[in-house]
Write a protein that binds this ligand. Structure first.
Ligand code: CO
Length: 629
């Protein structure tokens, strides 16, 4: 049997054992729900030791109200290490309670009456979406775990309900007590009539002129997998999975002249928020923390060969805990394969008559989360030349509202007759724990600076790279600037390349990216403080993992990055963690309806003097090139 690495993903058996230890403790409240059972990852100091205590972190919701129990158990020792009650916080929404919200709402007489007012008499056609409630100072929010439910009509069970929003109707629901708090009817809007189905039979005739593309690797893939350890080309990394972050990439190294050189200790999406920008009782409250309120891992769906992923695929299953503490498996949760990626480098020597070209290839590790109406695909790419990239693919269905046809609104674009989609954003925060040639790193902002006219600049052409080192956390709260090619270099000051320069990796914004547009003093502005800026840097602290804090659901805000960085800790020659927020501002197009073609967001991590020269000179020429005439 393979030796269990301390960062191996939890097995079903380990989840069961951890839950049994918790249930056997006198402090376990009868009927408590297991919010999560996750690997309590050893910190860097512990990882350096040969024998690591295998610990599991369990969160329990113990009653109908607020507060959670946060428990750490040791599987090695077979007992509870720490049991902490955290008052006044809400866990992520529970699947069981969200399902109850749907069924209980369907039976509520005021809700049924509101439907009848709209001519809706068949309850089986009604789709109810429970939304995270946010925090707006309603009495209904106090001491409760709540959801706001909005509704849609489906003409059959497979119909796209988002075509027909039941506008004006909101239900405030107490999830912990499984009861309707209030049915609020803001008035009737005409129901849109067009269907929005996206199945093949709804769009005949289908194209018939697409010839097959087959991806084959007759000798198999170039990677090896041992447990969660992946080796491909000179890369080594460990694949992990977290209920909130989804895919986690651990311990990324690149072998350079026989030396395994570390680059990233841990990389993941720490949080994401979808704030909506339309006013009013029906739309103004809408925002969702899809990591912290639902979970990018919990919402991950199984992938299918030949459709989601093409070629020689390796799948990893993910094992998570149900709310009774017992394990379940998301089969094929993570897809890994190699992709041809065009040319890597090329030169035709017009003088010498030679032509050299090399193919680029990348290792792709991905998962896709379905969070209600939207899909988010997270694609980590590792390239032959030392580049690492994260690309997020946004697809699925936009969250619509019904409007009176033709009544335009600058906060919501009409995308189908009588259907509008409010302006909104999708902002992702990547947590990047760099260890560039070891943990002691520092971060520089580097951007182009045009030189003033004068005797030093007689051709008026000069520009230079301006380097600014972040001395402490408040220095490092920064935004992108494409006009100056602003980027950030993570430098190891005590590791030098062959030219005597300190080695570095560079974080490059690959496309224009917004910050949060909601007012900083708005509810979502306070709760998603991390999204007010693109960049934050913190000194490594094992408990600082989630950019909006551990419990963003119904929080009043201020948690996470704004709180941690307020003490302005020093950042020089220390173990740094870089937090990068990126995403899209979505002014929805008719072309995004009824299902959205993929939109992209992401960033690139590129070596900058980490190597002495192009590290991909040893990639062999392709063997399939046609001979020249
Ligand atoms: Co969108």
């Amino acid at each position: 049997m393979t030796h269990l690495h301390p960062l191996s993903m939890l097995s079903g058996d380990e989840i069961s054992r951890a839950s049994a230890i918790v249930r056997a403790d006198a402090r376990f409240a009868e009927g408590a729900a297991f919010v999560h059972v996750v690997l309590h990852e050893p910190d860097k100091t512990a990882l350096a030791h040969a024998a690591v205590d295998r610990q599991v972190r369990v969160e329990l919701v113990t009653g109908p109200g607020v507060g959670v129990d946060d428990v750490i158990v040791s599987l090695t020792g077979g007992g509870v290490v720490r049991w902490q009650t955290i008052p006044n916080v809400r866990p992520t929404l529970l699947f069981g309670e969200a399902a109850h919200a749907v069924f209980t709402t369907r039976e509520h007489p005021e809700y049924i009456a509101a439907l009848a007012k709209r001519g809706i008499t068949d309850i089986n056609t009604v789709q109810i979406d429970p939304w995270p409630a946010g925090s707006f100072g309603y009495d209904a929010e106090i001491d409760r775990r709540i959801a706001r439910c909005i509704s849609f009509i489906r003409t059959d069970p497979q119909d796209n309900g988002y075509a027909r929003p039941i506008e004006g109707l909101i239900v405030h629901f107490d999830l912990g007590r499984n009861e309707v708090i209030e049915v609020i009817d803001h008035g009737v809007t005409t129901m849109p009539t067009q269907h929005a189905r996206y199945f093949a039979p709804d769009h005949v005739p289908l194209r018939t002129d697409l010839k097959p593309i087959e991806i084959t690797q007759p000798e198999g893939p170039s990677f090896t997998v041992d447990g969660n350890l992946v080796q491909w080309q000179k890369w080594s990394l460990r694949v992990g999975f977290d209920p909130y972050e989804g895919l986690v990439i651990h311990q990324v190294t690149y072998t350079d002249a026989g030396r395994d050189r570390s680059i990233l200790h841990r990389a993941s999406i720490s949080e994401m928020v979808v704030p909506y920008g339309a006013p009013g009782e029906l739309q103004g409250w809408k925002n969702a923390f899809d990591a912290g309120e639902w979970g990018l891992g919990r919402m991950t769906q199984s992938l299918t060969l030949g459709c989601d992923c093409l070629g020689e695929i390796h799948y990893f299953d993910a094992t998570l805990a149900r709310e009774d503490g017992e394990p379940y498996v998301i089969e094929n949760a993570i897809c890994m394969h190699e992709e041809d990626y065009g040319i890597l480098w090329k030169h035709v020597d017009l003088w010498g008559g030679t032509s050299e070209v090399r193919r680029s290839r990348r290792l792709v590790v991905s998962n896709i989360a379905t969070v209600g109406n939207y899909e988010y695909g997270f694609f980590w790419y590792f390239y032959l030349d030392g580049n690492i990239q994260l690309e997020v693919k946004l697809t699925g269905i936009v969250s619509p509202q019904a409007i009176e046809p033709g009544v335009s609104n600058e906060f919501a674009n009409e995308i189908a007759p009588g259907v509008a989609a409010p302006n909104h954003q999708h902002l992702f925060c990547a947590r990047l724990d760099f260890d560039v040639d070891g943990p002691a790193n520092e971060v520089y902002e580097v951007e182009a600076e045009r030189m003033p006219a004068g005797p030093e600049n007689p051709w008026l052409n000069t520009f230079r790279a301006k380097h600014t080192r972040f001395e402490s956390e408040l220095d490092a709260i920064r935004d992108t600037n494409s006009a100056t090619s602003r980027a950030w270099r993570i430098v190891n000051p005590s590791s030098r390349n062959g030219l005597g320069q300190p080695v570095a990796y560079k974080l490059i914004p690959t496309m224009s990216t917004p910050t949060l547009l909601a007012h900083p003093e708005s509810s979502v502005g306070r709760r998603a403080g991390f999204a007010q800026h693109n960049l934050w840097v913190t000194p490594y602290a094992p408990d600082e993992r989630r950019a909006a804090g551990n419990h963003p659901n119904q929080s009043t805000g201020g948690d996470g990055l704004p709180a941690w960085t307020a003490t302005d800790r020093p950042l020089v020659d220390t173990d740094v963690v870089v937090w990068y927020t990126f995403g899209v501002t979505h002014f929805v197009r008719p072309e995004d309806w009824p299902v959205m073609p993929v939109e992209y967001a992401g960033f690139l991590l590129s070596p900058f003097g980490f190597f002495d020269r192009n590290p991909a000179l040893d990639v062999p020429p392709s063997t399939h090139c046609a001979p020249s005439e």
